[in-house]
Design a protein around this ligand. Structure first.
Ligand code: NAD
Ligand code: MG
Ligand code: MG
Ligand code: MG
Ligand code: MG
Length: 332
């Protein structure tokens, strides 16, 4: 049996139809697999999943006759979803699949010991997982086995990763700890947190020095895409090939003045908070308190002057958002 046949006769329940859930459900179905979507009746995604041709059921019902359950709801919702809908209904020998190891690694979910528990984590947002699949490509995926009771846990994870298109790019074996800690670090220090602060501080520096906000926006936010695309296609080498000699020299002498050894020390402190559970504890407490700081900090980002000027400038370039199947700004 090839890995691709492992799930050929399986019923897959995808719980959640957001960034990852929708992309996985559509890709798995297009790969010829049997998918049911599990959602709360009347929830925000029910109509969309139904309109896109899926059988949609309440989570408990979707879990009941599934051979593989993909848990693709927000991380903070997963522990109660596991307790209420999955634990009482999942078949012995079925597989429970996560796209991020957070709840298992930080022991918010302690899975029943008669099921397989695996991870398939695409290294990209759901919109990209879908878009790449549709054009015959794929997003690289990490996979891991936490618990193997059937003897086929790894084959199931790989077959699922193939089904969403990950095998067309690359599958990398990991464990729940490594995926969880590296994913949290990446999104906090470099991708979401680091990149947005770098852009905001650059914008503020120019505007406070008296330069036009429109020019500051194009310089530090709009043009970042060009640089990131070059990284993505060919690393530092390709970026350096495409920018001027003047830009290269400025990169070499000024980059390390902005992001220096002390930044790296603070990155290490962020990593330590992730590794020792401080971040997870704080985030769970924040969620349970009704997200007061999360909401305040999010609003501050949305109210920042770079957002006001950005919205005005992007409205002049409607093609920037053309052809997107889902919001480009999907959560990581
Ligand atoms: P999301 O917020 O985009 O979507 C959540 C979905 O779950 C929505 O359809 C929502 O209606 C549904 N939902 C919420 N509460 C529910 C409940 N109680 N019962 C049933 N359905 C419920 O979520 P996401 O960003 O796709 O994240 C899903 C998982 O994928 C998380 O574990 C996340 O860490 C992981 N992940 C996300 C990304 C990404 O790019 N967004 C990348 C890699 C991994
Ligand atoms: Mg990630
Ligand atoms: Mg930020
Ligand atoms: Mg320039
Ligand atoms: Mg993440």
């Amino acid at each position: 049996m090839t890995t691709n046949d492992t799930l050929a006769k399986a019923r897959i329940a995808v719980l959640g139809y957001g960034s990852q859930g929708r992309a996985h459900a559509l890709n798995l179905r297009d790969s010829g697999l049997d998918v049911v979507v599990g959602l709360r009746k009347g929830g925000p995604s029910w109509e969309r999943a139904h309109a896109e041709g899926f059988r949609v059921a309440e989570p408990a019902e979707a879990v009941r006759d599934a051979d593989l359950i993909a848990v693709l709801t927000p991380d903070m919702v997963q522990p109660s979803l596991y307790r209420d809908a999955i634990e009482p209904n999942i078949k012995a020998g079925a597989a429970l699949l996560f796209a991020h190891g957070f709840n298992v690694h930080f022991k918010q979910i302690q899975p029943r010991n008669d099921i397989d528990v695996v991870l398939v984590a695409p290294k990209g947002p759901g919109a990209l997982v879908r878009r790449e699949y549709e054009i015959g490509r794929g997003v690289p995926c990490l996979f891991a086995v936490y618990q193997d009771t059937s003897g086929h846990a790894e084959a199931k994870a790989k077959a699922y990763a193939d089904g969403i298109g990950g095998g067309r790019a690359m599958l990398i074996e990991t464990d729940f700890k490594e995926e969880t800690e590296t994913d949290l670090f990446g999104e906090q220090a470099v991708l979401c947190g680091g990149a947005s602060e770098l852009v905001i501080k650059g914008f503020e520096t120019l505007v406070e020095a008296g330069y036009k906000p429109e020019i500051a926006y194009y310089e530090v936010m709009h043009e970042l895409k060009l640089i990131v695309d070059l990284f993505y296609e060919g690393g530092l080498k390709r970026m350096l090939e495409f920018v001027s000699e003047t830009a290269q020299y400025g990169d070499y002498v000024s980059g390390p003045r902005v992001v220096d050894e002390s930044t790296k020390q603070r990155m290490k402190a962020v990593l330590t908070d992730i590794q020792d559970g401080t971040f997870a504890r704080n985030w769970i407490a924040e969620y349970q308190a009704g997200l007061p700081n999360y909401k305040r900090l999010k609003q501050a980002d949305l109210d920042h002057p770079i957002e006001q000027v950005g919205a005005k400038l992007r409205a002049r370039m409607p093609w920037l958002n053309a052809g997107q199947a889902a919001p480009a700004a999907a959560p990581l």
